[in-house]
Design a protein around this ligand. Structure first.
Ligand SMILES: NC(=O)c1ccc[n+]([C@@H]2O[C@H](COP(=O)([O-])OP(=O)(O)OC[C@H]3O[C@@H](n4cnc5c(N)ncnc54)[C@H](OP(=O)(O)O)[C@@H]3O)[C@@H](O)[C@H]2O)c1
Length: 352
């Protein structure tokens, strides 16, 4: 039986062995991966500099990732090219896409249309679940569609290796540890500058970091984060391991209930800002990068008006203490569970 068909993790509650906790102190090479080398004492700490739209996160590889990016999930092919072009011309320097979004070709075209040089742009894309046994083909497909030689960050989209011919089935002879083993081989090929994961809860990160084949600590874990799904334990765990967290669905996604939250509205009114701007500032001040999606030019502009103001600690706490919960992305559509309700993030939390 595959390890990942077990509903209870054998690693749950266990401490990471000292071998795993002893990360390499990475050099300042642009994208040198952080290795699990027992002879070296510590991982390179992630750090944050700048404020607002100038926020930059230094990853455990030394790479510098712009804190505000444009999300593109559910951006239709006939909309996303323009959205990407507009965002880059407004000043965004980070674009988030994925093979699964089916829009990489138009994202690539939007990048070219913008006239912004490739080397000034951070591009993140993701390996789709049915491609876990075909990592090389997956990255080649993304590079071809994006019309670029490399991506800045390549993420395993979900810790689920789906059988391509039947997406309701998980491979019996393959899991995310095998996928990560293959993704590690991309580092050094020039095709990817950093590798990371997405939708990994603590127990799955522990499995990954404990695996003998794991040599590289993920640079990023991209997860759902907003005041109705704040996941403070996962954030703290990732920080301790030197894994930067990117907040997806940071506005609460389509038809977000957060747009009507009274606590949020009060704080927005106090600053003369929109609830969405406050959500983005909350994300940045928590130390996470934010990737709001919009195909509407005025919203793309508004979401990039984050300079010259910030939230007080009291306002940060008020947002972090909002009690209602919803989850945009559950796991019921996957062949295995990937959320184990470790901090109210179960796959069955009703979405709005
Ligand atoms: N790794 C993963 O599994 C995963 C999962 C989900 C998302 N993501 C990434 O994270 C990105 C963001 O998440 P998301 O797309 O779920 O949702 P989001 O960014 O939280 O919200 C997007 C929604 O908010 C609207 N919106 C944007 N700016 C607004 C503003 N200023 N005022 C009012 N409404 C506004 C957008 O509408 P319009 O577009 O119509 O303007 C859209 O309906 C995705 O696009 C994707 O790149 C990753």
């Amino acid at each position: 039986m595959s390890l990942f068909r077990l509903s209870a993790s054998p690693f749950k509650g266990s401490r990471v062995p000292s071998l795993v906790a002893s990360f390499q102190f990475a050099s300042n090479h642009f994208s040198k991966p952080t290795l699990l080398n027992p002879r070296l004492l510590r991982t390179m700490a992630t750090s944050q500099s700048g404020k607002g739209t100038k926020t930059v996160f230094t990853l455990n590889t030394g790479a510098k990732m712009p804190g505000v990016g444009l999300g593109t999930w559910q951006s239709k092919p006939n909309e996303v090219r323009e959205a990407v072009k507009n965002a880059l011309q407004i000043g965004y320097r980070h674009i988030d896409t994925a093979l699964a979004y089916g829009n990489e070709a138009e994202v690539g075209q939007g990048i070219i249309d913008s006239g912004v040089p490739r080397e000034e742009i951070w591009i993140t894309t993701k390996l789709d679940n049915p491609w876990h046994k075909r990592v090389n083909e997956g990255i080649e497909s993304s590079l071809r569609d994006l019309k670029t030689d490399y991506v800045d960050l390549y993420l395993m989209h979900w810790p689920s290796s789906s059988v391509p011919e039947d997406l309701k089935k998980h491979y019996d002879d393959w899991n995310f540890i095998d996928t990560w083993r293959e993704m590690q081989k991309l580092v050094g090929t020039g095709k990817v500058r950093n590798i990371g994961v997405s939708n990994f809860v603590i127990s799955n990160l522990e499995k990954l970091l404990n695996a003998p084949s794991t040599k590289i600590v993920p640079a990023v874990n991209q997860i759902e984060l907003h005041p109705n799904m704040p996941s403070p334990k996962t954030l703290a765990y990732c920080k301790e391991k030197g894994i930067h967290c990117t907040a997806y669905s940071c506005l609460g996604s389509t038809d977000s209930p957060l747009a009507h939250d009274q606590t949020l509205q009060k704080i927005a009114d106090a600053h003369g800002k929109t609830p969405q701007q406050v959500l983005l500032m909350w994300g940045l001040q928590r130390g996470t990068s934010v990737i709001p999606k919009s195909v509407t030019k005025s919203r793309i502009e508004a979401n990039f008006q984050l300079d010259g103001w910030e939230l007080t600690q009291e306002e940060m706490d008020a947002l972090s203490n909002i009690k209602s919960r919803f989850k945009v992305c559950g796991d019921s559509w996957l062949p295995i569970k990937v959320f184990f309700n470790e901090e109210g993030d179960g796959g069955d939390v009703p979405s709005h």
